[in-house]
Ligand binder design. Structure first.
Ligand SMILES: [Zn+2]
Length: 306
């Protein structure tokens, strides 16, 4: 009896702690679900990123797949409550688990999966499968049900997709956050889906082995030139264009400060210590990403000198 009671309490607690998925309408026919601000865990089911759905005359276009097939299935169920229509395309902004690992649901539903050519290369090289196993071990079986899906269409530079009368421009911004970032622009609506490139009150993650802080600055400068009203990123509420300057500010700050400290012959540990406090220390994910970003920028600055 006691065990059953304890089990019940545990289940209630687990349910109460797991973030709920709530579909919100952002603008016109554009919908989103908002993940929690945290690293992936069994408690949050890996629901720590956003996904988006755009309803066109021909069906749904989705952007990003969340972390598992269960989460993307739940997302699709939400979309179908708005309107039962086929999922035509699933656009994956980059290869990180919280954006790509749930893509199986879309493939099973007959959607064409679109991603950067480099994501396909990563898949075909077998490295993606190795990374999946390592991630699954690190996050204690969170990705047990994940089956990696290769894109059916790839983007090298840019492609334009017309679905019904809705236009989507899919543009490569790589290398930036990874070596396979793409953004999706809806020119009529002036909406830009930015994956993990743009943040407000949260610092970007530049610790990926394919990341480039220099490339990220370039991508942000390009985005600044675009005619954008609403920015929909992987980990924020909807943003306006001011978020681009926020993100750019952090990347520039980090590059300038690390460069100066290197010129003073400071070691990596001394640089980390010197930059522990910064104008960005209250930003979301600072504790998780800041040191990894310093490490990456230090490495990049060495490579740039060669
Ligand atoms: Zn990412």
């Amino acid at each position: 009896m006691k065990t059953i009671k304890l089990l019940l309490i545990f289940l209630v607690l687990a349910f109460a702690m797991a973030p709920e998925m709530k579909l919100k309408r952002v603008h016109g026919n554009v919908y989103m679900v908002r993940g929690v601000d945290a690293l992936p865990s069994l408690e949050n089911r890996g629901f720590m990123s956003n996904a988006f759905g755009v309803l066109t005359k021909e069906g749904w276009i989705v952007i990003d797949s969340l972390s598992t097939p269960e989460l993307s299935k739940e997302f699709v169920d939400n979309l179908m409550r708005v309107k039962k229509a086929p999922i035509k395309y699933a656009i994956i902004t980059h290869y990180h688990p919280d954006h790509w690992y749930g893509a199986l649901t879309y493939e099973k539903l007959g959607a064409k999966v679109i991603a950067h050519k480099k994501l396909l290369d990563f898949y075909q090289s077998g490295e993606a499968q190795i990374a999946l196993r390592a991630n699954n071990e690190r996050f204690k079986g969170l990705y047990n049900s994940v089956v990696l899906v290769a894109p059916h269409m790839v983007v090298k530079d840019r492609i334009t997709l017309k679905v019904g009368d809705t236009i989507f421009e899919i543009i490569s911004m790589a290398p930036a956050h990874t070596d396979n970032d793409i953004v999706v622009y809806m020119p009529k609506e002036k909406i830009l889906f930015t994956g993990d490139l743009v943040y407000k009150n949260r610092i970007p993650f530049m610790g990926d082995r394919g990341a480039s802080s220099k490339g990220l600055m370039k991508a942000l400068e390009r985005i600044k030139e675009m005619d954008v009203k609403i920015i929909l990123g992987g980990h924020n509420e909807p943003m306006d264009i001011s978020a681009v300057d926020y993100t750019l500010g952090y990347v520039k700050f980090l590059r300038e400060r690390v460069k100066k400290l290197k010129e003073e012959n400071k070691s990596l540990d001394e640089i980390k210590e010197a930059l522990r406090n910064s104008p960005y220390e209250k930003a979301v994910m600072y504790e998780n990403f800041h040191n990894a970003n310093i490490f990456r920028v230090d490495f990049e600055l060495d490579a740039e000198e060669l």
